[in-house]
Design a protein around this ligand. Structure first.
Ligand code: SAJ
Length: 400
């Protein structure tokens, strides 16, 4: 298997870790990205995203000559598509990147090749988009070109560990494609490789993230009820979780990232008549940032023009990823509505195009209202006592 060549389309949060991991395992990997900056950065053995140990992995794969990046695909034995699958304004899935990636590789695909879609996708995409485009281009996707879906399931912050350790679900558009894809993943995954068909594999991934979204929505809903009742929701949850069959997740300022805040809509878009709970959970989580903004405004009333110190911009702890981040929406809205002077600290970013960033220490010193938005490790050492008379709005419940 290690003599196989691999072409990875999309060198983002999934494509780059996957490409570099495969490179360090001994595969010859060619990575493709539409951004010249990304391609140049990787070819220098450097990275454009923050993820623990990814820098070491990319450097060693590039230095070993096993990972090269370019803006065009090359011929390979295995093609892996790891491009974004966002949604449009109306929450309908936007498959434009999957379509263009498939069209991009099509001229390079040969009989015997394996084409794997790793991007999280609505049910039917592997067959009705990827395989269809290849078939329309004259490839025999029944027997000669093997098309499968293997959804990525790694947690940002633990990507390199989970790429190897997690179980993988592999579903081909036919049993032969499933078998070929299973053989490939078994060559580098330590977790179990589970086989199914492509539609079930697509739905499995959407189900995992929707399940988490619904659970977080329950926690967020509880946080509103508890606020009204004057109950500390984090204490409440820790008590309720002492029941052997209760495991409530943690409330926050909303749900961000490119996965959990997006994927449930792919189910809702196809089954609106049935996906009522899934849709409601999305709406509950999406409304939480506005609730936080109202909370800040209500506490800002007692000041003439408060200095509001916002701790964190990332969508979750200890990453630099701002995609769909509720913290960014909250900060942007506080500035837009001129609720006060807004200060921002984000220890995982050196700079930001839109916002000026300052240190956590300076922010705490200058702010009247401290709004904790992300549970980064740097903020966990802040003590309530050190904040003296300042107003604290801790959306993550980490400051004691
Ligand atoms: N969050 C809460 N409360 C919680 C847990 C999370 O408010 O108790 C928030 C986070 O702060 C963040 C959002 O939810 O804003 C999502 O964070 P996450 O850590 O739950 O998940 P992601 O988006 O980083 O990664 C998820 C994972 N899916 C599941 O755990 C089912 C990961 O395994 C997937 O690979 C990833 O989505 C993906 O790429 O789809």
């Amino acid at each position: 298997m290690l003599d196989k060549t691999i072409c990875v389309i999309g060198l983002g949060y999934i494509g780059l870790p996957t490409a570099s991991l495969l490179g360090t395992k001994g595969f010859q990997v060619h990575g493709v990205d539409v951004s010249e900056h990304v391609v140049n950065t990787i070819n220098k053995g450097k990275i454009h995203i923050v993820e623990p140990d990814l820098d070491i992995m990319v450097k060693s794969a590039v230095n070993a000559g096993n990972l090269k990046a370019g803006m065009q695909p090359v011929e390979a034995d295995i093609f892996i598509i790891a491009v974004p699958t966002p949604f449009k304004g109306d929450h309908e899935p936007d498959l434009a990147y999957v379509e263009s990636a498939t069209k991009m590789i099509s001229p390079y695909v040969k009989p015997g090749n394996l084409v794997i879609l790793e991007s999280t996708s609505p049910v039917g995409t592997t067959d009705e988009v990827v395989a269809k485009i290849l078939t329309d281009d004259g490839h025999d996707t029944d027997k000669e070109v093997h098309v499968a879906h293997c959804p990525e399931r790694v947690l940002p912050g633990r990507i390199l560990i989970e790429l190897v350790e997690n179980d993988r679900i592999v579903g081909g558009v036919n049993p032969l494609a499933t078998q070929k894809a299973v053989e490939f993943y078994e060559s580098f995954v330590r977790g179990e490789v589970l086989s199914t068909d492509s539609r079930t594999a697509e739905m499995a991934k959407l189900t995992e993230n929707s399940s988490r979204d619904v659970s977080i929505a329950f926690a967020n809903e509880l946080s509103l009820i508890c606020d009204q009742e004057g109950i500390n929701v984090w204490e409440l949850i820790s008590l309720a979780n002492r029941h052997p069959r209760v495991n409530i997740l943690t409330p926050g300022p909303g749900v961000g990232g490119h996965c959990i805040a997006v994927d449930p809509w792919f189910i809702v878009a196809r089954s609106p008549q049935y996906a009522k709970l899934i849709k409601t959970a999305r709406l509950v989580n999406d409304s939480k940032p506005q609730w936080v903004i109202e909370k800040v405004k209500s506490r800002a009333d007692k000041f003439k023009r408060p200095v509001i110190g916002c701790l964190g911009l990332a969508f979750k702890a200890d990453v630099d990823d701002l995609r769909e981040s509720p913290a960014v929406d909250i900060v942007r809205q506080l500035i837009k509505e001129d609720v006060g002077e807004v200060l921002i600290s984000e220890p995982n970013l050196e700079k930001h195009d839109e916002f000026d960033l300052i240190s956590c220490e300076e922010l705490i010193q200058r702010a009247d209202i401290i709004l904790l938005l992300v549970d980064h490790k740097q903020f966990k050492t802040i003590k309530r006592l050190e904040l003296n008379e300042k107003v604290l709005i801790d959306t993550r419940g980490i400051i004691q």
